[in-house]
Design a binder for this molecule. Structure first.
Ligand code: 5GP
Ligand code: MG
Length: 177
């Protein structure tokens, strides 16, 4: 693996495809156990989570569904910002077990704002699975149930994660130099 350039920024190798896929396989084994007989819905948050969701879902051997939503955050007049739903939830989640799939949790703002909305639909349970967890960056409290990698507070790209729309189509994850 060697460094890459995305637009004006240099990124160095951080997590290899092999490491990523191994962690995802371990997570799938765990979820197949924890959700056996519960017919969970994997709720993937676009755009960043599409590869993580696809690779994980291929390893799910129990009865399960997958659906997608798109959340966008706006920095308005206030520093806390605002999270809007750009593509909403089609599935009926009432009484269902939900596993939220996120590529990365940073400040926690996105999920902190979305969780009450999801809860109002009356799911049986809601758990959060993340590929990357930037604990140090947290500003809004969110309970993460399944984490593939704890990472430092540095900007990363690749494997679904973008820099200004680019860099998502990399099998490995890179860190800003
Ligand atoms: P949060 O709401 O937890 O602050 O941030 C969630 C979203 O911010 C992620 O889903 C992701 O889209 C974006 N994000 C946060 N940190 C990074 C990062 O290091 N790299 C990239 N590409 N996106 C990030
Ligand atoms: Mg995301």
């Amino acid at each position: 693996m060697h460094s890459i350039k995305v637009l004006d920024k240099e990124f160095e190798p951080y997590l290899s495809e092999k490491e990523i896929q191994e962690k995802i396989n371990e997570l799938a084994v765990q979820l197949n156990k924890d959700y056996a007989g519960k017919k969970p819905i994997f709720l993937s948050i676009l755009n960043g989570s599409f590869l993580f969701t696809a690779d994980l879902f291929k390893q799910i051997t129990i009865e399960a569904e997958v659906c997608f939503i798109k959340l966008a955050s706006y920095k308005g007049m206030t520093s806390s910002g605002n999270v809007i739903t750009a593509i909403g939830l089609e599935a009926n989640v009432t009484g269902r077990h939900i596993i939220i799939m996120e590529d990365i949790i940073d400040t926690g703002k996105t999920l902190h704002h979305y969780l009450p909305q999801l809860a109002s639909s009356g799911p049986a349970s809601v758990k959060i699975a993340v590929l990357l967890n930037k604990k140090e960056a947290r500003q809004f409290s969110v309970n993460v149930d399944y984490t593939c990698f704890e990472i430092p507070n540095k900007f990363v790209v690749g494997y679904g994660l973008d820099y200004d729309g680019l860099g998502r189509n990399s099998k490995d994850i890179y860190q800003l130099k």
